[in-house]
Design a protein around this ligand. Sequence first.
Ligand SMILES: NC(=O)c1ccc[n+]([C@@H]2O[C@H](COP(=O)([O-])OP(=O)(O)OC[C@H]3O[C@@H](n4cnc5c(N)ncnc54)[C@H](OP(=O)(O)O)[C@@H]3O)[C@@H](O)[C@H]2O)c1
Length: 264
Amino acid sequence: MPFHSPLATRHSSFVIRRSPFQFPHLCTMKNILITGASSGIGAASARMLHAKGYKLGLMARSTDKLNVLAAELGERCLVLTCDVTRYEEVQSSVQQFVDVFGQIDVLINNAGLGYFDTLVGGKIEEWHTMVDVNVKGVLNCLHVALPSLIEARGHVINLGSLASHQVFPNSGVYCATKHALIAISDSIRLELPDKLRVTTISPGSVDTPFINSTSNAQMLDQYKDYFAAGLRPEMIAQQILHAIEASAGGVISEIIIRPNRSMK
Ligand SMILES: NC(=O)c1ccc[n+]([C@@H]2O[C@H](COP(=O)([O-])OP(=O)(O)OC[C@H]3O[C@@H](n4cnc5c(N)ncnc54)[C@H](OP(=O)(O)O)[C@@H]3O)[C@@H](O)[C@H]2O)c1
């Protein structure tokens, strides 16, 4: 049920910085590459951005889900089956995107996952996977896409989390990976202030399949309702759209958005 979020019932906060240079081409930005487009926030963002006329590269591992989404959206969509932890797959997907659309104007680093568990007893494979997808996957995409993004004077949007700013129990490694995204965003801003815009979107809990990755049954039981009562993914998509379409005179560098728990 996209586009049904009652905005008035949600909290959001924005950090807007003055842009050190103008982006005269901003209104013509058209080509957006979204990682993790097969589900949740990525799929909701794809729907909203497509409705606004953007051309989309839909990246994820689940080709079937991407094909269903692309069929729903119609033209201006490119399905790119890709595991972001595999550098060669990222290279091939980005190349396909550039071959079809010419350049990348916006990269949305959204693919990510979290396993809730305690540190003691936590599974090392799950720790590695979180680092591989949430950090190395973002770095893989940046490494491959930066030349095209710079040429386009483009925009990088990184999906952080409240866990980029706070540490929560039972998700220490996830929090570490999301803290890393702030460092990545800040380093882009510091090194390329006149070449790229960068935005970190940091939501609290969002009602997506995200929590279903958790293999610890007790943790799943503990957190499932909490996520189900979270923000709707369309609300995050709306913030992404807002960051992309913000005025040429400033860059929205950070958006923190929390569920309004007082609305129960
Ligand atoms: N839900 C929340 O409460 C919440 C809160 C704050 C931030 N976030 C962040 O928001 C982002 C999206 O999460 P979501 O809530 O929308 O979760 P979701 O519904 O589970 O979607 C996760 C997406 O990531 C993709 N993905 C996972 N591993 C991948 C890999 N190795 N290569 C490529 N794609 C991969 C998945 O696609 P495939 O499985 O098809 O590859 C899927 O499209 C994540 O970065 C998450 O950390 C979520």
